[in-house]
Design a protein around this ligand. Structure first.
Ligand code: NFE
Ligand code: MG
Length: 565
């Protein structure tokens, strides 16, 4: 007899957008099957049709409230690609400075504010001894961030005043006391101290982004052909303001974020060694971010089944999206240029669970040459390391040595976080090199920020793609233009890759695959599931970016049981 039962987590919180996870566990509480469902239906691709291609960027950036810059940029790049417009060097550098600052902000916010409490028990931090905590921090950093007994006492006092007053706020409803929490009270206190500091740090990065982007989220500095940050590049004070903030952030990464990652790796080494959270080992990266004479920040490539020695070149024409298990008409895989977004909602089972055999998500299933892929910081660090990148490899080697990790260990829940922290450090450091490129170019070569073109003289029918690495992985916007208007528009987004449902061959997406085989200590408190899913940094707003323009109700949001956090 099959004693398996289903657990529903809906909504998963501390993510962007609306995600539902269903798992099937056996009598020993081991996860046997998983269904990941995007529960949100929006609509940017559809409303872009018929518009002027020059307007696409400002509309497309509304796909998300987090990585707004990257959709803006991908959209503008897709139109530039269609028209064959090459942007000036200054424009490319400014775009990179802004996007890479957002990488750093996203990674810090993700670890501390969206994910760390899956590993850090706040209630345990309240019993920490501050003198011991001060010494503990010194084990993981030669110069720990804001590490003094009075400071740690202040943090502890602040946390306990929330608890005593019953004002847990966003800390309410955690699975505090869960048996799988592994850190000591002192390690938890150190993390909580940095959690609060990180709120200030992420605000500072927003200021840096706004120097060139005008504002954030939803920046205003990009146009087809270049950027509008004309005055900024000629103002040494503004350039210096940017670098000053990045220097402050770099200090936080080196003295707090990386050491906290070492604490995490040490505390959760059993989870790493058991391969918890490992997906299929297929990784994809498109590379990019040029700087200096001939250097590039990220390498491109495709790896299958953790075969790190054998890296195939990345070829964007091998990308397809299918909808066999997604709530759209037409199941078959299509090139994004031909992709369609016609909703076809098929309802749930009678007991309210997702259809195990039929369609069950608003997320489509992107595939590379037919294979499922994981994208993101983990893919980028693994590909860069394996291709002996002179940028990535030294940072990875240093971390691997201090953390005593091998490359395969990164392909886990904890490793995914470590890769993200190492990437934040790399991005921050190389922002200085990119700023030097800008200064050198402006000072000695040219001040151009825009490539002039005459819209009326551009081909009235064309197609193009803007494909590049963004915080959560490879992002692609694909546009087809007919009679100077957008005829078709498709965005294939990092979270669409990672949170993909199964395909026609029943191959699981990366989130789903990474859940299989995990045993829950307490199925009523499925903290282990949240850890795995959060480690990918889900953004469902990005993953499903189509709306029903008539406002018709397509699905209801239900909380199925008390497992939601
Ligand atoms: Ni909405 Fe995004 C990033 C994009 S998500 S956050 O990074 O594109 O998948
Ligand atoms: Mg799409």
């Amino acid at each position: 007899m099959n004693n398996n039962r289903k657990i529903v987590i809906d909504p998963v919180t501390r993510i962007e957008g609306h995600l539902r996870i269903e798992i099937e566990i056996d009598a020993n509480n081991m996860i046997r099957e998983a269904w990941v469902s995007g529960q949100l239906f929006r609509g940017i691709e559809t409303i872009l049709k018929g518009r002027d291609p020059r307007d696409a960027g400002l509309i497309a950036q509304r796909i998300c409230g987090v990585c707004t810059n990257v959709h803006y940029r991908a959209s503008i790049s897709s139109v530039e690609d269609a028209y064959g417009i090459t942007i000036p060097k200054n424009a490319e550098i400014i775009r990179n400075l802004v996007t890479l600052s957002l990488f750093v902000q996203d990674h810090i916010v993700h670890y501390y504010h969206l994910h760390s409490l899956d590993f850090v028990d706040i209630t345990s931090a309240l019993s920490a001894d501050c003198a011991t905590a001060e010494k503990e921090a010194e084990k993981f950093s030669a110069n720990p961030y804001h590490n003094s007994i009075p400071h740690l006492e202040y943090i502890k006092e602040k946390l306990s005043s929330y608890v005593k007053a019953g004002r847990l706020g966003l800390f309410a409803n955690g699975y505090w006391g869960h048996k799988s929490y592994q850190l000591s009270p002192e390690q938890n206190l150190i993390h909580m101290s940095h959690y609060l500091e990180a709120l200030n740090i992420q605000r500072e990065i927003s200021k840096a982004v706004a120097i060139f982007a005008g504002k954030t989220p939803h920046p205003q500095n990009l146009v087809v052909g270049g950027v509008t940050s004309v005055a900024e590049i000629l103002n040494p004070q503004r350039l210096n303001d940017f670098l000053f903030i990045i220097k402050e952030v770099r200090d936080f990464i080196e003295r707090a974020y990386i050491p906290d990652m070492l604490i995490l790796v040490n505390g959760y080494r059993d989870s790493i060694k058991s391969g918890e959270g490992r997906a299929s080992g297929n990784f994809m990266g498109c590379g990019g971010y040029r700087f200096g004479k001939q250097s590039v920040l990220f390498e491109s490539g495709v790896i299958h089944g953790h075969n790190f020695e054998n890296i195939a070149p990345f070829d964007a024409t091998k990308i397809t999206e299918e909808a066999s298990r997604s709530w759209y008409e037409k199941d078959a895989p299509l090139s994004p240029y031909e992709g369609e977004t016609i909703p076809f909602y098929t309802d749930l089972n009678e007991d309210g669970t997702l259809k195990s055999e039929g369609k069950y998500s608003w997320i489509k299933a992107p595939r590379y040459d037919g294979a499922v892929m994981e994208v993101g910081p983990l893919a980028r660090m693994i590909i860069g390391y394996s291709k002996h990148s002179h940028v990535i490899r030294p940072y990875m080697e240093r971390f691997m040595k201090s953390a005593q990790m091998e490359l395969i260990d990164f392909s886990t829940t904890i490793g995914r976080n470590a890769a993200r922290a190492v990437e934040a450090q790399i991005c921050c450091d190389y922002l200085f090199d990119m700023m030097s490129d800008l200064i050198e170019n402006v000072k000695y070569l040219d001040e151009t920020t825009w490539t002039k073109y005459i819209f009326e003289e551009m081909a009235s029918s064309a197609k193009g793609a803007g494909i590049f690495e963004v915080p959560r992985g490879v992002l692609g916007h694909f546009v087809r233009i007919d009679n100077a208007k957008i005829a078709n528009y498709q965005a294939v987004v990092p979270t669409t890759w990672n949170a993909s449902p199964k395909d026609a061959h029943n191959i699981r997406g990366a989130y789903e695959e990474s859940l299989i085989g995990i045993t829950l200590i307490d199925p009523e408190k499925p903290l282990e599931v949240l850890r795995v899913i959060h480690s990918f940094d889900p953004c469902l707003a990005c993953a499903v970016h189509v709306i029903d323009a008539t406002g018709k109700e397509l699905s209801q949001y239900k909380i199925m049981n008390e497992c939601s956090l």
